[in-house]
Design a protein around this ligand. Structure first.
Ligand code: KG4
Ligand code: ZN
Length: 354
């Protein structure tokens, strides 16, 4: 492999590509936090008949949409590849077919333009996204990363310095929202639908468990909560809106309990930050903000569009890495599993994602 192209470290302009799940997205972001252009196409309609993301359909849809979207974003920005300082793409974790579409495209663009390639960990994109929106958010911060595939508490000490304090031993929280939506017949994607229905329900109407609440181990568990939702529904004794509200409250209680546990081991409570798709949930954001206020922690949550999957966060992760002179070779391998903190101890349970 030839030498890596040189890196512009001062206020770089980065083209970012995201294709790890069911959103095809392209963005151009500058180091001064300007989102110069951005497009995103959801595949909701393609996956809705199946009640969840079908990997093969997702990969095909990314392959069809990505090239025209790249062209459109460059046109929106009135830029050519010459005006871009690096090409960043999600290289994992995620559905391998989709990741490969985005990563291979980024490699081709990097090779054609002789610009550096930045292979971004999708979780790093989420983890740094709050700093794109909030210039005053410095390191370190305690990050609650809650998405469709992950539920983790991380101590973010700097770019590339992530210490995982907790993870889920079974389902991710977004997954639990999606399954609850499926049980209640709300359709896909479920999180926003459960949140909306919960607004009209009574959160104390259905008695649901808070798995691992009070446990000495730091982790999350949501499988038992999901099964309890199914039992409550099957009993025929409860209104759907009450089940949705009670489920959401149980989830919030678990998040707060596990964050309290994580705080115990930290000398100075840093800022509290939430990111990932589930961070779009207003009830969860409010509960976390109240928790942060109680503990005299600064609270930050990205705007809703930066919570769910997007390419601006991937381009931004590229901007963050440029000053560290970190780029990747053109033979970088897509990684369907890619932990942010490889040193983290394995949590018990087999279903740990990433
Ligand atoms: O980060 P994301 O877009 O994709 C992954 O990397 O997984 O997160 C998607 C997840 C889905 O499970 C979706 O149901 C959930 O985020 N989600 C929500 C809300 N909006 C999206 N969950 C609860 N409330 C919401 N408003
Ligand atoms: Zn995500």
């Amino acid at each position: 492999m030839s030498e890596l192209p040189s890196i512009i470290t001062d206020n770089p302009t980065v083209l970012g590509i995201e294709s790890s799940c069911d959103e095809t997205a392209v963005a151009i972001v500058r180091g001064d936090r300007t989102i110069i252009a951005e497009r995103i196409a959801s595949q909701e309609a393609e996956h809705a008949p199946y009640g969840g993301v079908v990997p093969e359909i997702a990969a095909r849809a990314h392959a069809e949409r990505l090239a025209p979207m790249l062209e459109a974003v460059m046109a929106d920005a009135d830029m050519t590849l010459e005006d871009v300082d690096a090409i960043a793409a999600t290289a994992g974790p995620g559905l391998i077919g989709g990741v490969m579409v985005g990563l291979v495209s980024a490699k081709a663009l990097a090779m054609a333009s002789d610009k550096p390639l930045i292979a971004v960990n999708h979780l790093e994109g989420h983890a740094l996204s709050p700093r794109l929106a909030d210039p005053d958010l410095g390191f370190p911060y305690l990050l609650l990363l809650v998405s469709g595939g992950h539920c983790q508490i991380l101590l973010v000490e700097g770019v590339g310095e992530y210490r995982r304090l907790a993870t889920t031993i079974d389902d991710a929280l977004g997954e639990a929202f999606d399954k609850t939506a499926k049980i209640l017949g709300l359709g896909y994607p479920g999180g926003p639908k459960v949140e909306k229905l919960a607004l009209t329900g009574d959160a104390s109407a259905v008695s649901l468990p808070r798995p691992l609440k009070g446990s000495k181990e730091p982790h999350f568990s949501f499988a038992g909560l999901k099964s309890a939702v199914l039992r409550a529904y099957d009993s025929g004794e409860h209104r759907s809106e009450d089940i949705a509200a009670s489920f959401q409250q149980a989830a919030i209680d678990c998040l707060i309990d596990r964050l309290s546990h994580a705080l115990k081991d930290l000398e100075t409570p840093p800022s509290l930050v939430v990111a990932g798709g589930v961070a779009a949930n207003t009830a969860i954001r409010s509960a976390l903000e109240a928790f942060a206020n109680k503990h005299h922690m600064r609270f930050a949550a990205p705007p809703l569009a930066l919570c769910t999957d997007n390419a601006a966060m991937i381009a931004w992760a590229g901007c963050e890495r440029m000053p560290l002179e970190q780029s990747d070779p053109l033979d970088f391998k897509a990684r369907p599993r890619w932990p942010l903190d490889p040193e983290a101890e394995k949590a018990r349970g087999a279903g740990v994602k990433a």
